[in-house]
Ligand binder design. Structure first.
Ligand SMILES: Cc1ncc(COP(=O)(O)O)c(C=O)c1O
Length: 383
């Protein structure tokens, strides 16, 4: 019987490789370092949790299916999934093409790879098809990487367009799907070779753990990520796998609520005199609103607002009572932060200005609270 993804995600035990003899609803936590080889006679033999673990494998099966891939590795953080991508694909002197608007941690990692391993990094605006083609044509690019929506600039990248160009020049294409998640957007269906994401955010959904995952489109690439995950010790521990899995059955309904709440707040902010601009892909005046609604089933609840000045933005954050001043996104609690100060502090002011982010830009991650309470909090914060 054909089942929709949300039906499958509501039955976590079905992703386990080992059938539970008691019909448990959830796959068990195998919190062990080793497995006795003499006591196993199943098709799959486990020896050491760094290499393979039945609990982690259940979550990897789930992500593989949800992203329409061939295999997955769950990693101990989201940035470990990005690192694992680089460790798998890049060699000394490789060249990478990255959307200039990327997560600060990814930017820092690229700088490290650049300095230590002589990796050449090209940053570009992925909205320019001729610009992208030009770089790929004139360089030997091994890997193309972007987020969509981008964090913090909230650009929407046409993933189908980028994958066609990357393929034309024999480059692998990876998408950081942390913001949209597989419930909204499936990069592998649009031609990407890898979809990776921080499960710290919407996927676990409760802000209680840090973790990540990378899904490969082909078995060959899946084997490669698995090999390097074991060699570099990137895999996630079983307890954290369990915590991540708890949020998965509710992912779809949470994404809808994050979307609806954030659109209401973005519309409210747009009318305020202390706001110069609001950038939310769910608003019709966002430059790629049509592409956003075509490419994603839900628009994530993260957006940026440009305040009249830095002092006002900082005062606003200081005065809010429900919104915390926190990095990260995708949790039930709403939060605000100044990317230039926190999540993207690894960028210089000029680098941020190039992607439209200033010290007066506030990033909002809208949670699952009653939206009227959030609006009341904003009103009292600006009094
Ligand atoms: C788009 C994106 N990718 C990757 C990461 C890294 O994830 P983690 O913090 O779980 O290591 C983040 C973290 O904020 C992110 O925003």
């Amino acid at each position: 019987m054909k089942k929709h993804i949300e039906t499958k995600l509501s039955h976590l035990q079905d992703f386990a490789t080992i059938q539970d003899p008691y019909g448990a609803s959830h796959f068990p936590i195998y919190n062990t370092g080793t497995f006795d080889l003499k006591k196993q006679d199943g098709e799959k033999i486990y020896d050491y949790t760094r290499s393979d673990n039945p609990t982690r494998e259940a979550l990897e099966n789930l992500f593989t299916e949800a992203e329409n891939g061939a295999g997955c590795v769950c990693t101990h953080t989201g940035i470990a999934a990005v690192a694992l991508l680089f460790e798998t694909v890049l060699k000394a002197n490789s060249e990478v093409l990255v959307e200039a608007d990327c997560y600060g941690g990814t930017f820092r990692l690229l700088k490290i790879f650049q300095g230590k391993y002589n990796i050449k990094v090209h940053f570009a605006d992925f909205q320019s098809e001729p610009g992208l083609e030009n770089i790929l044509k004139n360089n030997k690019i091994d890997l193309v990487l972007c987020e969509s929506p981008t964090n913090p600039g909230l650009k929407i990248i046409d993933l189908g367009m980028v994958s066609v160009i990357a393929k034309k020049y024999n480059a692998l294409f990876a998408v950081d799907n942390s913001l949209a998640t597989f419930i909204s957007q499936r990069p592998l269906d649009l031609g990407a070779d890898f979809s990776l994401f921080s499960t710290t955010k919407y996927i676990s959904g409760h802000g209680s753990v840090v973790a990540g995952a990378i899904v490969a489109k082909t078995e060959e690439l899946a084997k490669e990520i698995h090999y390097y995950a074991n060699a570099h010790g990137r895999s996630q521990n079983p307890m954290d796998v369990f915590l991540i899995s708890l949020g998965i059955p509710t992912l779809k309904i949470r994404m809808r609520e994050h979307q609806d709440n954030s659109i209401k707040i973005a519309k409210f902010l747009k009318k305020q005199s202390f706001i110069k601009a609001v950038l939310h892909p769910g608003l019709e005046d966002h430059p790629q609103h049509r592409l956003a609604t075509y490419q994603m089933d839900f628009i994530p609840g993260v957006f940026c607002a440009e305040f009249i000045n830095k002092e006002f933005a900082e005062k606003f954050i200081e005065n809010t009572k429900i919104f915390g001043e926190k990095c990260s996104f995708g949790s039930p609690d709403s939060r605000v932060e100044i990317p230039a100060k926190i999540s993207h502090a690894t960028f210089s002011e000029e680098e941020l200005a190039a992607i439209g982010i200033t010290p007066s830009t506030v990033r909002f991650s809208i949670g699952l609270e009653n939206v009227d309470d959030l609006i009341d909090d904003i009103k009292q914060a600006i009094k």
